[in-house]
Design a protein around this ligand. Sequence first.
Ligand SMILES: [Zn+2]
Ligand SMILES: [Zn+2]
Length: 370
Amino acid sequence: MSESIKGFCLHGREKIYPSSDVPVTKNTAVIEMEIPALKKGEILAKTLYTGICGSDNSASLGKANFDWVERPRVIGHEFSAEILELGPGKHGDLKVGDKFTPLAMLGCQDEECPACSVAKWNLCPSKQIIGFHRNGGFGQRVVLETDRVVHLMQGLTPEQGALVEPLSVVVNALHNKCNIKPGQDVVVTGCGIIGLMSAELAKAAGARVLVTGLAHDRDIRLKRAAERGFITLEVSPDNTLKNQLDAGIIDANGIPFGTNGQVDLLIECSGVPQVLTEAISVVRPEGDICVIATYGKEVEINATHLTRTSLNMRGSMGSCREDYMVAQKLMVTGVFPSEHYTDMYDFQNITQAFEDSIKANNMKAVVKMN
Ligand SMILES: [Zn+2]
Ligand SMILES: [Zn+2]
C-alpha cells in the first residue's frame, strides 16, 4: 500500500492532570501506520467515523484503571467502517463494501465460558476490547475479526454508526438494570455522553429526568441538556445533589421534582466516588441505583442504609449484539437525536478533538477518519 495511512496512537503512560500545564495529549501522537497481513477470520476496513470515549480520555491521561493497555496502541472502539478486504477463512455473508460497526468486546466464545455460552461477550473474563487489546478505530484503516461485525441498519448514517457502541451500553443499562416506569422521577449524575444518552432513554420511557453537572458544564453540556427539556442542576462539594433536593427542586412547570428529597431511580454516570456515596441517600426506599461509571478508587457505601431502605443497586458493564441492534433502531427512528449531541472533527484536527473532549469543552466528539 503506497498511500500514507495515519492513526492516533497512545504511546506514553505519564499521569497527566488536565488542570496542570502539561498538554493533555502528551501521551498520544498521530503516527504513520503499517497494515498487518490479514490472519484467518480477519478483515481489513476503512474507518469512516470514530467517536472519542471517556475511556480513551482516561487512557490518554495515564489513569491507573487503564495501566493494563499496552503501548503503543492505536485506540478507538466506537466507530463505523467499510470493508476493503476479506482475509483467509469464512466470513459468512460479509462482502467488500459492507458498512458496519464493530462489537467493542469480543468474547472467548468457548462453550464452557459462562458468559460466552449465553452470548454475553461483555461479561467474558477474557474479552478483547478493540482499541485497547488491539489497534482500533482511530486508525484510518483497521484490521479486525469478522465476528465483531454488526452491519449498519438500513437508514442509519455512518456518522450515527460511531454512536452505536456508547448508546448500546446505555440500552443494556436502561433495559436490563433500571426498573424504570412512566411517571417516575429519575436523576442522571454526570452529563458526559453516557449520562445524556441515559437521560434521553429515561425520558423516552416516560420518566421526568434531572441531569447533574459541574459549573464547567454550564455553557455546553448542561445547556444542551436543558434544550432537550431536562431539568439541569449544577452540583459542587458545597452544594451537593442531596442538599438541593432537600431544599426542593421544581421543574419548568413549577411542579416539585422528587418526593421529600428522594427520587425513584438514580443512574450514575459521573465516575466520581462521592457522587455514588451520596446516591443511596437520595433514592427512595426500594428505589433503584444503576451504576454505569467506573471509579479510580474505592467508593464508600453506607451498607446499613442500603439494607434498611431495601435499595436495588446494580452495575452495568458494556453491551452485546442485541443492544447494538436496539441502539441502531433508537437512532433510525429518531428516539435518540444523535445530531444534538455530536460535534464533528476532521482527522487533521484529531488532537484538538481529544483536547476538547478531555477538557469537557464539547459534546460527543466524532472524527471523520478519511
Ligand atoms: Zn467507550
Ligand atoms: Zn468467554
